[in-house]
Write a protein that binds this ligand. Structure first.
Ligand code: AMP
Length: 173
């Protein structure tokens, strides 16, 4: 059995001192590791009924788009500010290393649709909580959240469970 954690090296003090950055590049560059990760993420996703996958810019897009294709579901983009060409819902959030906005287009999420939120890493949970708020603003439902890697000591799962977001991660560290 392939140990995916071997393909996710830790880069200390990037992008700021004190941050232990998990680099997904080696996993993506290895066809067997990436393929295995996507098969396993697909297996996990089958536990949650959903209509669409929402991918979070930037690294969340990689896994969300691959899973959307495997799952035969549509992909919705949650983007950084001022990237989307039509009216958006917008949500401010705090990060482990900064602050940002996420936006989705107002006309792209069907009301009442069940949306699976997807990102590469769950750290403090601020990003996925913001994505969930965007789904709620659109009048749709959060089916759950799925991530490749969860950094458990940052307690993102607790934050998401307080927001009633069912969370699954493929790898916990
Ligand atoms: P958070 O909102 O704190 O859960 O942070 C999750 C988002 O920030 C994800 O989009 C990750 O790509 C990124 N991120 C946060 N901490 C790390 C880390 N230690 N290594 C890699 N990415 C991270």
């Amino acid at each position: 059995m392939m140990n995916l954690i071997d393909y996710l090296p830790t880069i200390p003090d990037f992008p700021k001192p004190g941050i232990m950055f998990k680099d997904i590049s080696p996993l993506l560059a290895d066809k067997d590791a990436f393929s295995h990760a996507m098969s396993e993420l697909h297996r996990l996703s089958l536990q949650t009924p959903f209509d669409y996958i929402l991918g979070i810019e930037s690294r969340g897009f990689i896994f969300a788009s691959a899973l959307a294709q495997i799952s035969n579901k549509g992909l919705i983009m949650a983007r950084k500010p001022n990237k989307l060409p039509t009216e958006t819902y917008s949500e401010f959030y705090g990060l482990e290393y900064g602050q940002d906005y996420l936006e989705v287009q107002q006309n792209i999420i069907p009301q009442k649709a069940k949306i699976l939120l997807m990102d590469d890493v769950l750290a403090t949970g601020g990003t996925i909580t913001a994505a969930a708020s965007l789904v709620n603003k659109a009048g749709a439902q959060v089916a759950g959240a799925l991530v490749l890697l969860e950094i458990t000591e940052l307690l993102g799962r607790k934050k998401l469970s307080e927001a009633h977001i069912e969370t699954q991660s493929l790898i916990e560290i």
